[in-house]
Design a protein around this ligand. Structure first.
Ligand code: PDD
Length: 280
């Protein structure tokens, strides 16, 4: 695989980042994941806009121009022959040459890494026909979840807890309300209405979320942006999650309780079709 590191395209075994990199020592960096279908990037402008917001929120200078991010994405997709898959992008505060809590001098170059992952058949994931089972667990992440940082230990722990319990993912819960999934935004459907948590510092502002809600409103579906409890979710007609890599994924079970009739819902299925049709 060819990867991109700090201005160069190199083979993955030739790619190097310093052990003093702030991303490695402090999780001081941000990332984005852009899906690729039929060799085309999905929602690229939205992901780029969010990358810039994340960098700004952490006062990390933006190392590249918009068209440079785009051309590196395209070049990697082409060089690695990616039809279906994703492009991962990470920017860290760089390598100060030593370990220190204080940020390094402003002129310290940021570290920029991009690589592809091939995911054949990404849009036809069999799970979209059977749905995910989720567990719930307390949301112990920090309180700036709107910044897409590489600080992903807690979501990884929650994912492992879900797997240990035979589930596909975990919904994180704070003050009795669902915030989001480990790496996706969470929704329920009740009486035809789509309910998903309002935007704030509590959740990541999903690019797929924005697109899906826009398509839902255009299709005259009702949308309510508010938080909901686990009980309300278990009692809903349908549930689903959205993310760049899962698109719209139905959820059929929450903590062992079937959602609705326990089958993949019509609203989730329709939104998945619309999203895949409109985005590629
Ligand atoms: N995760 N919430 C969290 C905590 C996420 O990590 C993600 C994305 C989302 C959905 O955002 P978007 O629709 O922009 O992908 C919500 C990516 C896919 C990941 O970590 O792999």
């Amino acid at each position: 695989r060819t990867v991109y590191v700090n201005g160069e395209f190199v083979s993955e075994d030739q790619a190097h980042v310093s052990i003093f990199d702030r991303g490695f020592l402090m999780a001081d960096g941000v990332y984005e994941v852009v899906s690729v279908l039929d060799a085309k990037l999905l929602d690229f402008p939205g992901h780029l806009a969010r990358l810039k917001r994340s960098l700004e929120a952490l006062e990390i200078a933006n190392p590249l121009e918009d068209d440079e991010y785009l051309s590196v994405h395209r070049e990697l997709v082409a060089r690695n022959g990616i039809t279906d898959g994703l492009v991962y992008l990470q920017v860290t505060r760089g390598n100060p040459g030593d370990r220190d809590f204080a940020y390094p001098a402003a002129e310290t170059p940021q570290t920029v890494v991009m690589f592809t992952q091939a995911k054949p058949g990404l849009a036809d994931a069999p799970a979209a026909r059977t749905g995910w089972k989720v567990i719930t667990t307390e949301d112990l992440r920090w309180h700036r979840r709107d910044i897409k940082t590489v600080q992903l230990l807690f979501p990884s722990m929650a994912k492992m807890e879900a797997k240990a319990k035979g589930a596909d993912d975990a919904w994180l819960v704070e003050d009795g309300k669902v915030t989001e999934g480990t790496s996706n935004n969470a929704y329920i459907v009740k009486g035809g209405k789509i309910i998903t948590r309002q935007l704030s510092h509590d959740i990541l502002h999903g690019i797929t979320r924005a697109a899906v809600l826009r398509f839902a409103r255009e299709a005259q579906m009702q949308v309510e942006e508010r938080s909901f409890t686990i009980e309300e979710a278990q009692d809903a007609d349908e549930a689903f999650v959205t993310s760049a890599s899962a698109f719209v994924m139905p959820v059929v079970e929450i903590d062992g309780a079937s959602v609705g009739d326990g089958k993949v819902g019509h609203v989730a299925t329709r939104l998945r079709e619309i999203y895949l049709d409109e985005s590629r």
